[in-house]
Design a protein around this ligand. Structure first.
Ligand SMILES: [Zn+2]
Length: 417
């Protein structure tokens, strides 16, 4: 048996290797989805699969799967584990890569344990998944490959999406040779290991996070209408100033989150003003408002509070307000049974872990809509990600590997009785 120490060395080597593709001088990577650098990383992964006994499959949206047979034909069950290889422009060396490398090396460890006769698997196949275009940096929306795989977006829609230069997903896939046609078996369980991209683990002093839910989002586009007038002679009590109304809204949106004791985040990330002239009272202001929280009731309450505020503001500012678009992303709850099983196994192995939510989106959120899914976090130094300064230490990688092996074994193996 290779032993866990050797496997951890292999894991660190694999993370380091995968970080080479698109590496830049600042210590980060430029590996946009379906770019040449993404192709290089994909080629490396496919070679790795071949050298290590995994059977490679590529589907119609370029998701790559490495299939390893770990059980007997008495079961057809598929356990899938993975993440993504694309990065943000000038992104970090751990986001995504870490999860793919973990999935690869955990697979080798599981096979070794099963082949030695020590444990038996309830699953026939262990599949490493590398999802296409998770980041949403080149093509929007994000989580593209896992979205299509989970039947939350039709394939044709995804293939026709274009980047800022008008290049479609289909063209980019064909150019790098990853427009496949393999059909991979649907998983019975999905697990993803990812860097936290936040500071909660560091603050709690825990090496592992087990995620029970994602944050939901309410995105509201608000159009405010006032009246154009001269900023000089128009008496103050006769102005219909859309910008004053918008400013009140911005402060209110911020205040709602600030008073939530960290349970809600909010922003107004963009504002368009018309006519945007220093000498004209603003006739119109469009706002892009966001609320994020793990608490759906809290999100509804925030929206309601804003509506009541707007009603009062109507009288005060004499402006009119119209919601021109509203987008809801529901809170996703990960499979509770699997969550409890993973936490129990970690307790038994005395692995301290934080039960937590994810604010950022992950492929596992898409997969949860088709099969029970599990998301595990390892710490990000100072919470930094999407930056060349993104860093996860070797000790955190080691702890993460031991914990994910415990978690996956609990989900995959027959109990010894
Ligand atoms: Zn990621």
């Amino acid at each position: 048996m290779a032993g866990i120490t050797i496997r951890i060395k292999e894991l660190i080597k694999l993370i380091t290797h995968l970080g080479v593709f698109g590496a830049n001088r600042q210590g980060g990577v430029n590996r946009l989805a379906l770019s040449y650098q993404d192709k290089e990383a994909r080629d490396f992964l496919c070679n790795w699969f071949q050298e290590n006994g995994f059977h490679t499959q590529i589907d119609s949206v370029g998701n790559i799967f490495g299939v390893l047979e770990i059980g007997t034909s008495s079961s057809q069950k598929v356990f899938m584990c993975g993440s993504h290889l694309d990065s943000q422009p000038n992104g970090g060396r751990f986001d995504g890569i870490l999860g793919v490398a973990f999935a690869c090396i955990v697979g080798l460890s599981l096979k070794e344990i099963i082949d030695s006769g020590e444990r038996k698997s309830l699953y026939r196949y262990y599949v490493v998944a590398c999802w296409t275009s998770e980041e949403g940096a080149r093509f929007q929306p994000s989580l593209l490959g896992s979205r299509v795989f989970s039947r939350n977006m039709p394939l044709e829609v995804a293939l026709n999406l274009t980047d800022s230069n008008g290049v479609s997903v289909e063209t980019a896939l064909t150019e790098i040779g990853y427009k496949g046609n393999d059909i991979t078996n649907q998983p019975n369980h999905y697990l993803e290991v990812h860097i936290e991209q936040g500071k909660f683990l560091e603050a709690a002093g825990h090496p592992i996070g087990v995620v029970y839910a994602s944050w939901g989002t309410r995105k509201i586009n608000l159009s405010i209408k006032g009246k154009m007038d001269h900023t000089g002679p128009t008496p103050m009590d006769q102005r219909f100033d859309a910008l004053v109304a918008a400013s009140n809204i911005i402060i209110k949106v911020n205040e709602i989150a600030e008073l939530s004791s960290g349970r809600m985040y909010s922003s107004v990330g963009r504002m368009d003003i018309y006519p945007n002239s220093p000498n004209t009272v603003a006739e119109k202001a469009n706002l892009w408002i966001e609320f994020r929280s793990a608490d759906e009731v809290g999100l509804d309450a925030a929206e309601e509070e804003l509506r009541i505020f707007i009603t009062k503001l109507r009288e005060k500012t004499r402006c009119s307000f119209e919601e021109t678009n509203r987008e809801i992303r529901q809170v996703v709850k990960f499979d509770k049974h699997a969550f409890n099983k993973v936490c129990d196994a970690m307790n038994k192995s005395k692995i301290p872990h934080l039960k937590m939510t994810t604010i950022a989106g992950h492929d596992a959120l898409q997969l949860q809509s088709i099969c029970p899914s599990t998301l595990i976090f390892v710490p990000s130094k100072d919470g930094i990600s999407h930056s060349p300064n993104e860093f996860t230490s070797e000790i955190d990688i080691k702890n993460g590997f031991e914990a994910s092996l415990v978690a996956i074994s609990a989900l995959i193996m027959k109990t010894n009785s």
